[in-house]
Design a protein. Structure first.
Length: 157
């Protein structure tokens, strides 16, 4: 008989605590499986909370790519759209994102920032290193919430 892990379903920190004690391979596998299942059910266009509330870190290659795409200089793009945050990173001056349309589509989707391309960061390897970030994203991203629920259910069954 398989012993249940008894992870507290109502406390995501309990799941993270459990996952931190597991192998990288185990954690990566659980996240990859749950990510794939969740994104068959969920469309980011139905939510766009990340674009409405979370400002991505904008790196230099993003600045060059986006400014070229919108037909301006990197310097003008920085002056018009970006500020330096408390971590000394470039971020958008305001949220919701300047490039978010009313239908939740991105005006610059093909050249969007790297952080936007990989959000919510649940389908990469080395998920153990992302666990704290996932906890921060839980209140904003329904996909992360569902991924946690699926992993929790799998572990507790």
């Amino acid at each position: 008989m398989k012993k249940k892990k008894n992870i507290n379903k109502s406390n995501p920190k309990s799941l993270v605590h459990f996952l931190k004690k597991q192998s990288h391979q185990f954690v990566d596998q659980k996240f990859q499986e749950a990510h794939d299942e969740v994104f068959e059910e969920i469309s980011c266009l139905s939510c766009a909370n990340c674009c409405k509330t979370l400002g991505p870190r904008i790196i230099n290659t993003d600045i060059k790519r986006i400014s070229r795409y919108i037909g301006t200089t990197a310097k003008k793009f920085q002056n018009d759209y970006l500020k330096v945050d408390e971590d000394n990173d470039w971020v958008f001056k305001q949220m919701p994102c300047y490039f978010l349309e009313e239908n939740n589509e991105c005006k610059i989707y093909d050249v969007r920032p790297s952080a936007c391309r990989t959000y919510p960061h649940t389908d990469t390897w080395q998920q153990k290193k992302q666990l704290s970030l996932h906890l921060k994203n839980l209140p904003f991203c329904p996909a992360v919430e569902k991924i946690f629920e699926k992993i929790n259910k799998q572990i507790n069954s």
